[in-house]
Ligand binder design. Structure first.
Ligand SMILES: Nc1ncnc2c1ncn2[C@@H]1O[C@H](COP(=O)(O)OP(=O)(O)O)[C@@H](O)[C@H]1O
Ligand SMILES: CC(=O)N[C@@H](CCC(=O)OP(=O)(O)O)C(=O)O
Length: 269
């Protein structure tokens, strides 16, 4: 994945927060207060949201069949219309509105806008119109961040030919974090983090995650989350967090949940 890097005078520290559809209707006041604190401390924050459960509800109401392969929704043209309507239409405006109610200057966007998320099909035969991000044009995001806005991004993208693709929100958030060289990427979901035998895994690394996926300990929607986390780790982004949005997840300056790092030992030492 490449990014257009276009930085103005001051370079803000950036935090990308991905808010799962599983949690959108349950976000507590503390979620918005935490974003405010981050912004007040000088960070630029980008919110990327999902909406899987709401899309599924809508498809069921319309009697359109839906299925997932490893956490990615099989997307026909008919499904894509519902995805666009739900993500870019309903939920993006809902979340931006909630942010504004909490005093945050949110700007709702879809990855289709301003060439923000350029995408290519992952596997058209198996998944249909599902994309992976091939290019993030960060100029619009940078412009908004520098002026103190909170971009709220729906995970849709366009191919080079202008065709719209459905992108899993976890993979979209990771691509945005990589392109912005974010210092933090936080996945806010409906569980405390990665669970194994009923216990929270507080720290983990790519090797352990791959083994957990292989053993079926990590499944469903946790697969794209953890795979995206692994992919986004870099010299700038040294840890990715998975946290529970139904409760306060920042204690002091620390996020509480599962911390994913390239090497657990190295980080401890
Ligand atoms: N090992 C695991 N630990 C925690 N959650 C897991 C695990 N394996 C699968 N999951 C599932 O992943 C879900 C979170 O992914 P998902 O439903 O896509 O949420 P979101 O909408 O927040 O992205 C959890 O609610 C849980 O059902
Ligand atoms: C390709 C793909 O799976 N797209 C997702 C986009 C929304 C999403 O990712 O929502 P969550 O974050 O709530 O899972 C979907 O259609 O459900």
């Amino acid at each position: 994945m490449q990014a257009i890097v276009h930085r103005g005078g001051s370079r803000l520290k950036t935090v990308v927060i991905k808010c799962g559809g599983s949690i959108l209707s349950e976000l507590s006041d503390s979620f918005f207060t935490s974003i405010k604190h981050l912004k007040d401390s000088g960070c630029g924050v980008v919110l990327v949201h999902g909406g899987g459960p709401e899309i599924t509800d809508c498809l069921e109401k319309m009697k359109i069949q839906t299925a997932f392969i490893n956490g990615q929704r099989q997307t026909t043209k008919e499904v894509l219309e519902v995805v666009q309507m739900t993500l870019a239409g309903k939920l993006n405006k809902k979340l931006s509105g909630m942010c504004q109610k909490h005093g945050l200057a949110a700007v709702g966007l879809s990855g289709e806008d301003g060439g923000l998320l350029q995408a290519e099909c992952i596997d058209e035969e198996r998944l249909g119109l599902v994309g992976k991000v091939s290019f993030v044009d960060i100029r619009l995001l940078e412009l908004l961040l520098e002026k103190g806005y909170l971009p709220v991004l729906a995970p849709l993208g366009r191919t080079e030919n202008g065709e719209v693709l459905n992108i899993n929100a976890d993979t979209a958030a990771a691509a945005v974090a990589q392109a912005l060289q974010a210092e933090r990427l936080v996945f806010v979901t409906d569980v405390d983090g990665i669970m194994e035998d009923g216990q929270l895994v507080s720290e983990t690394d790519p090797e352990q995650i791959r083994s957990c996926i292989g053993q079926g300990i990590i499944s469903g929607g946790m697969i794209p989350k953890t795979e995206s986390a692994i992919q986004s780790l870099s010299d700038t982004l040294k840890e990715v967090m998975i946290v529970n949005g139904t409760k306060p997840f920042i204690s002091g300056r620390e996020f509480v949940g599962t911390k994913i790092m390239n090497s657990r030992k190295e980080a401890a030492g």
